[in-house]
Ligand binder design. Structure first.
Ligand SMILES: O=C(O)CCC(=O)C(=O)O
Ligand SMILES: [Fe+2]
Length: 187
């Protein structure tokens, strides 16, 4: 399923289905195991602080408890003010997150999803997101034909292992993780 989704997203960016890069982008799976105990005062606790996932795509099986919020980025062209929206808890549904690598490859056409998790005072919760990540030695950069079209590369080239090291070496603060790859010329 992850391969199908990525193929659609990457072919939509002009990549060829036979491109070996697609295999390199879905090289590995990683999982987190999160346990959110019941908290008497959820407003005073952080479940998972705001962050975006570092890989290409994340799959997260939903339960009926809820607590996952996604940030709608401000975009005044479409009258959208930045706000946090709770993903409605639908048991058995899959939430798919776009990760930082898709934002880089697409030269900002796809936006990685900033999200956070709050606890509840009624039920504890376990979540096990599955992250798909590129090969550690894979060189990641905006796709060259998109850079040509846009006249700017919003991100520099880096090795995925270095991105990952930086991601886990720093406290998460929203989408700051992408600063590691930001091109100095990009706004
Ligand atoms: O618990 C959740 O719903 C999401 C957890 C998460 O965002 C993560 O582990 O990266
Ligand atoms: Fe996450």
């Amino acid at each position: 399923m992850v391969r199908k989704l990525l193929e659609v997203l990457l072919v939509n960016l002009g990549m060829k289905l036979a491109d070996p890069k697609i295999d390199a982008l879905i090289d590995k799976k990683m999982v987190n195991m999160n346990f959110y105990p019941t908290c008497p005062n959820p407003d005073l606790t952080v479940g998972v602080g705001r962050h975006s996932d570092m890989g290409t795509i994340t799959v997260l099986l939903q339960d009926g408890i809820g607590g996952l919020y996604v940030k709608i980025e401000e975009d005044m062209r479409f009258g959208k003010k930045g706000e946090w929206v709770e993903i409605p808890p639908t048991p058995g549904a899959l939430v798919i997150n776009v990760g930082d690598m898709l934002q880089v490859l697409s030269n900002k056409r796809y936006k990685s999803a900033e999200h956070r998790v709050r606890t509840t005072n009624t039920t504890s919760r376990v979540s096990i997101p599955i992250f798909t990540i590129p090969k550690l030695t894979e060189k990641i950069a905006p796709l060259p034909h998109l850079v040509e079209k846009d006249g700017i590369a919003h991100y520099r080239e880096f090795m995925f292992a270095d991105y990952m090291k930086n991601f886990f070496g720093n406290a998460h603060e929203g989408k700051k993780s992408l600063d590691f790859a930001k091109n100095v010329d990009s706004s």
